[in-house]
Design a protein around this ligand. Structure first.
Ligand SMILES: [Fe+2]
Length: 229
């Protein structure tokens, strides 16, 4: 994997890690599992987490200072995970999107209902020169019986990013099953930790150290390093 392109390790600005010392500790532990670079992606969800490049930049600076204090020598940068909702239109209009690297933009939908006209958002991103990456497709239960929709989004240029914790069974059996199927069908382009807190870290450590991660992921390749290293 090399690069983690999805995490909530920038402290204090969303439902992720709350303080910089904990973030630095988690990053050190993830680095020990083999992740060399972190592109952190706080939520930008106007209703609940109205983050902007300024709020994200300031908190990222705080994290980098803490990493330096703790002598954790890894590459850390900031992007965002954008909720696809009507508020996203104005963010897109302003054209101040934080990209994962190049022009790739991480987006998500609600877990309860599909974003109405999601394909329109994907199209709008595309015509503005961005490349959308849909976070955790396996967690949208309303797609579980509609694999055609995964293919349709991908055919329209949207990359799909799987959460490693889904394969570990963290979000339940159904999500794990869909995660495995998406892998087998060759629909997954990228992987990420989507790490928010201590429990996520512990599950990931167990998943890797038990050998399960190696067994499940052997034979698959992802584009994390190619696109973002
Ligand atoms: Fe996330």
């Amino acid at each position: 994997m090399g690069v983690d392109i999805h995490s909530h390790l920038i402290p204090g600005i969303d439902d992720g890690v709350s303080d910089a010392p904990s973030s630095a500790r988690y990053i050190r532990s993830l680095n020990e599992l083999g992740i060399e670079k972190f592109i952190c992606t706080p939520h930008v969800f106007t209703e609940i987490y109205p983050n902007t490049p300024d709020t994200i930049g300031a908190a990222a600076w705080e994290l980098k200072a803490e990493l330096k204090r703790q002598a954790v020598d890894v590459q850390v940068s900031a992007a965002a995970e954008y909720m696809l909702d009507p508020d996203f239109n104005s963010i897109l209009e302003e054209g101040k999107l934080l990209c994962l690297g190049g022009t790739y933009v991480l987006v998500e939908m609600s877990y309860q209902v599909e974003t109405p006209k999601v394909e329109r958002y994907i199209f709008d991103l595309y015509i503005k020169g961005y490349k959308p990456v849909l976070a955790h497709p396996e967690r949208y239960v309303y797609y579980h019986n509609n694999y055609q929709q995964y293919r349709r989004l991908r055919d329209r240029g949207c990359l799909l990013q799987l959460n490693l914790l889904s394969l570990a069974g963290y979000y339940g059996k159904a999500v794990r099953q869909v995660a495995l199927s998406l892998l087998k069908e060759g629909l997954i382009d990228l992987v990420g930790t989507d790490l928010h807190h201590e429990r996520h870290l512990q599950q990931l450590q167990e998943f890797v150290k038990s050998g399960s991660a190696g067994r499940i992921l052997r034979g698959y390749s992802f584009r994390n390093k190619e696109l973002f290293m």
